[in-house]
Write a protein that binds this ligand. Structure first.
Ligand code: S3P
Ligand code: PEP
Length: 428
């Protein structure tokens, strides 16, 4: 693990946090919207798109493959309105996926539309993330792919048809195929065969965004998705705030007995972060919709929870951080696939909670956390944005927590340290 010289001293607060925290756009919606716009039948716009490492990597990949993207209005440190003009998908490209699951799984099927070779690589840990099933699927559909993990080279074209894969390691293996499927001559039928697919709401997000762009998708049969060939409509799309990134901020309300409000929380959404309303209620928060957005109020006492997080695995680090501060034991289940995320999140959470004096254990498909007083110390982030923000949550209640490589939050939240400081200042 590379050492980062200046760990971030996580602020500890003694008084209730009362704050309104506007969040930048959803990573998952942004990266789908950009890709669909780049494959559309004319120029379109994506309003309120996230700007972050993952979103910037997606934009760079789409440009490399032939799309034109220009800021269409004001840009900020973490937001932009993009005007996107599709171009013919071209080969001869090199794609850096960083550590972004959405880039490494969504862009290769698009690259398979090109006639020429496209080379993919990413961060050292990206080479360990599951890619085999989608690369084998593209190969079965006619692409030449020289490997089962990053780095690899892909050469199309792919004409579509039917393919079966085991997507139990990541829902993105299905989403990536579906997003490009309308552009395959024969469309595509994707069948999953294996243990349950995680992160089901993210597949629904893919299906709903395709339908919103006029694509016909049949998902009536469990674990089978049929996408008809046809145009992807050029359109204007507004990105919702990133509800998964709401987790550490709303957790601050529970830990400090304060109230945190997130403006613009959608009434209906496919984002898994919406499940925070239920999870945080079960952990002792009071959740309500106000004119200002979604407000969560805590008592300063956090309850343990027994939760199956298979659908919402992204929320695990924040929920585990709360569990480490809770007044009773917690069991987080259904999340074996987190071993293939930005880092092995189950091992990382157990190691870091234990390092601070906590009592945490890995199970075959999750972790258990039992209450024990914590002390300060260095909290490693493993280049994982959600590990870093989990450290910040624990630091609210435990003096002396320092988070190594807080800058890794730039994967989806480039202004995290400033936003955290503003949240703590807000109600004073
Ligand atoms: O499609 C998406 O945008 C995502 C799907 C999920 O991946 P997994 O199915 O690999 O958990 C999620 O954890 C990730 O952060 C984003
Ligand atoms: C798993 C995550 O990211 P990725 O899109 O890189 O898979 C995440 O953001 O929690």
């Amino acid at each position: 693990m590379p050492a980062h010289p200046d760990p971030w001293p996580a602020p500890t607060v003694r008084e209730p946090v009362v704050a309104t925290v506007p969040l930048p756009g959803s990573k998952s919606v942004t990266n789908r919207a950009l890709l669909l716009a780049a494959l559309a039948d004319g120029p379109g716009t994506v309003l309120g798109a996230l700007r972050s490492r993952d979103a910037d990597l997606m934009a760079a990949a789409l440009r490399e493959l032939g799309a034109t993207m220009e800021p269409a209005g004001e840009t900020s440190a973490d937001g932009v309105d993009w005007a996107i003009t599709p171009g013919p998908v071209r080969g001869g490209a090199r794609i850096d996926v960083g550590l972004a699951g959405t880039v490494m799984r969504f862009v290769p099927p698009m690259a398979a539309l090109a006639g020429g070779e496209v080379f993919f690589d990413g961060d050292p840990h990206a080479r360990k993330r599951p890619m085999g099933p989608i690369l084998r699927a593209l190969r079965a559909l006619g692409a030449q792919v020289d490997g089962d993990a990053l780095p690899f080279t892909i050469r199309g074209p792919v004409r579509g048809g039917e393919v079966t894969l085991d997507a139990s390691a990541s829902s993105q293996l299905v989403s990536g195929l579906l997003l490009c499927a309308p552009r395959f001559d024969k469309g595509l039928t994707v069948r999953h065969d294996g243990p349950p697919v995680p992160s089901a709401p993210h597949i629904r997000m893919t299906v709903e965004m395709l339908r919103a762009a006029g694509v016909r998708v049949d998902d009536t049969e469990r674990d089978v998705w049929r996408v008809e060939p046809g145009p992807i409509a050029a359109r204007e799309l507004t990105v919702e705030p990133d509800l998964s990134n709401a987790a550490p901020f709303l957790a601050a309300a529970l830990v400090t007995g304060g109230t945190v409000t997130i403006p613009g929380w959608p009434e209906h959404t496919t984002q898994p972060g919406d499940v925070l309303r239920d999870l945080l209620t079960r952990m002792g928060g009071e959740v309500r919709r106000t004119q200002g957005g979604l407000a969560v109020t805590g008592t300063g006492r956090v309850h343990g929870i027994d939760a199956d997080l298979r659908d919402v695995g992204e929320l695990t680090p924040a929920i585990a951080a709360l569990a480490a501060l809770a007044d009773g034991p917690s069991t987080l289940r259904g999340i074996a696939h987190l071993r293939g995320h930005e880092t092995d999140r189950l091992a990382a959470l157990v190691t870091e909670i234990t390092r601070l004096g906590g009592d945490a254990e890995e199970t075959p498909d999750g972790i258990t956390v039992r209450p024990r007083p914590l002390h300060g110390g260095l909290f490693h982030s493993y280049d994982d944005h959600r590990m870093a923000t989990a450290g910040a949550v624990i630091g609210l209640a435990v003096p002396g927590v320092r988070v190594e490589n807080i800058a890794t939050t730039a994967k989806t939240l480039p202004r995290f340290p400033g936003m955290w400081a503003e949240m703590l200042e807000d109600g004073r």
